[in-house]
Each structure stands twice: as C-alpha cells, then as structure tokens.
Design a protein. Structure first.
Length: 335
C-alpha cells in the first residue's frame, strides 16, 4: 500500500515468520510497520513486533531427575516479547564529499519480555523485564558513497597494518635484547610456575608435576568406570527410567523421553554413568522401571559384582526380548 503526491509518500507492511527445530522449539513472529515521508528530508517509521516461542525438549524450570541433555536457560524456555518502536531519519545533505543522501538516523524501541516457565530465584516469581534500545547514527544511502567509504577504509587499513607491524618488530627486538632470567627454585617439588616475560606467545602458570608418591592423581583414566544401556527390540518391556547404585550408593536416576527410547530401539547406546572407582571388588545394582505389553507398570532389577583392576572398566546393561518365555531379559556385559 502506498501513495506519492510529491509531498507525502507512505507504505505499510505486515510480516510473519515461523521457526522450528528438532528440539521442539516453535516460534512465531508477527511484525506490523508503517512508513511515511514528510517533505524532502524527514522519514518516520513506527512499528510493532510480537514474538512467541515454545520451550526446548531438554529444558525444565526445575529438574527432578537426571536427563541426557539438561538446560535451564531462559532463552530456551517458553516466553514471549512485545516490541513497540519508531525510526526517524533526517537527510542532512546530498552530493557532497563523494556521498549522497547522508541522513541522521534515530531509532527507539521498548521491549517487554515475559517468561512463562522460568522462575527468578531471587523473588520466586516468573521472570520478566523491560528493555529500551536507543540508536543514533549516520548513514549514506547511495552505492557510490558505500564504495568511497570502502576505498578509504582499505587505505587506512593498509597504513594501520604497516604501523602495527613496525611496533611489533620493535618490541620483539627489545625483548630479545633483554638477558634471560633464571626462574627461582620452587619450594614445592610437585608444583612449579614458569613466568616468562620474554615471549608474548605463551604464558605458563600453575603446571602441576606429580611425583612418584602422588602418582595416583595422574591416572584417573585408569580408575574410570562407564555404564551403558542398550535395548534389543524392546517390545516386551517399554523402558521408562533407570536407577543405578554402586556399592549401595545411588549414582544416577534417569528418566527417558519418548525420543530417547525410540533412539535406543533403533540401536543406539546410551552412556548412563561415568565415574572413578578404586581397584578391588564392587557391586552394581540397576533397577529398570517400564511398562509391559498390557500397559501395566513393572520393575526389574539386575546385579553385578565385579573386580576393578587398574584398567578402565566398561559395563553394558542390555534389555532383550526373550521370545520363548515371552519375558524381557536383562543382561550385563563387561568390556
């Protein structure tokens, strides 16, 4: 929509944008704007924008169980915003200094953000805030002006690079002329700090060196224990959650989403737990909660007693369909 009678030109626009991704975020944006010109110099553009999005599948305001992906970022939550603003442009001059249509621009926008499931821990209420954005700048509306600015910018960049290179060369020569300083002996034989001022490329600090008496701190990988979960078919047992205990201590409680169980049914393997255990005998207990083919909630468990050596230990919890007895079977496999 527009009109032009020599003194006044105006137009209106209505825009809509839709966004979605594989993490179940759905976003809608509606924007309404109006542009009008007064005389030969003034251009005014009021506008309104509404934004609404849903929360990501791995977002929660308060997690009660551990998940594979977890986030409490307000930008991933369910929220909306309303923005009202205006732009004003005043043409200063034209056809001067290799520029044309140079204009002074002023933009103002006030935005209200409202979060529907993100709690402010300071007040205990849902989080919300207002933002006010101001912009004041000069802009050249012609292509020739943009080219002239680019040429001048390139000329300045070449000169700046030459000056900067000369400064770096001079500082390098000055540093090379300084005598090398011998670092003082460290009072602690396990920790030493190297502070080198003659090289600007790297600075080392707090580098720990383990002695033979503290060798165990250097071999955490050897103490590692990892537990994985896999599902074979999964018709007789629809997995819902897993509780894992190591030596009578609960190390993880995991609640599965529909997408995660589908990934397991397609052959995926989930890393359920990673920790460090000392060498010796340990007991692992896994309790599975799910539904049988009739839809009733059922729980199954499995126990493993294993010897932990100085090598990393990998354990796989397998859920398999035993076709003969028409019962789910839970196996433990050590790698």
């Amino acid at each position: 929509m527009g009109s032009n009678d020599g003194e006044l030109a105006s137009s209106a626009h209505l825009r809509y944008r839709y966004f979605w991704d594989t993490w179940n975020i759905r976003a809608h944006t509606v924007e309404l704007g109006y542009r009008t010109r007064f005389g030969d110099r003034w251009l005014v553009e009021p506008h309104y924008r509404h934004y609404k999005q849903s929360a990501a599948s791995f977002y929660a305001n308060d997690f009660t169980t551990q998940m594979l992906f977890m986030a409490r970022d307000r930008e991933l939550s369910d929220f909306s915003s309303n923005a009202l603003g205006a732009k004003a442009s005043y043409q200063l001059f034209s056809q001067r200094f290799n520029f044309s249509r140079v204009a002074l621009n002023f933009d103002y926008e006030t935005i209200r953000y409202t979060y529907n499931n993100f709690t402010d821990v300071r007040t205990g209420r849902l989080y919300a805030y207002n933002a006010n954005v101001f912009q004041l700048f000069l802009r050249d509306g012609s292509r020739r002006g943009e080219v002239a600015m680019k040429i001048r910018s390139n000329t300045f960049s070449r000169a700046a690079r030459r000056v900067l290179g000369a400064l770096i060369l001079a500082s390098g020569l000055a540093l090379a002329a300084e005598p090398q300083k011998t670092p003082p002996p460290a009072s602690n034989p396990q920790v030493w700090i190297r502070e080198s001022s003659r090289s600007s490329r790297r600075r080392w600090s707090s580098i720990a060196i383990c002695s033979c008496s503290k060798r165990s701190c250097c071999f955490r990988r050897a103490r590692r224990v990892a537990v994985f979960v896999s599902v074979d078919v999964g018709i007789l047992f629809d997995l819902d959650s897993v509780q894992l205990k190591v030596d009578d201590s609960i190390v993880t409680n995991y609640l599965y989403t529909e997408r995660e169980t589908q990934a397991l049914h397609r052959g995926g393997v989930q890393r359920l737990y990673v920790g460090n255990l000392k060498a010796g005998k340990h007991e692992l207990v896994a309790v599975f909660t799910g539904r049988d083919p009739a839809g009733a909630i059922t729980g199954r468990g499995t126990t493993l007693t294993f010897d932990k050596s100085t090598d990393p230990k990998y354990i796989e919890l397998q859920i398999r369909d035993e076709t003969r007895g028409q019962q789910p079977e839970f196996r433990v496999k050590e790698w």
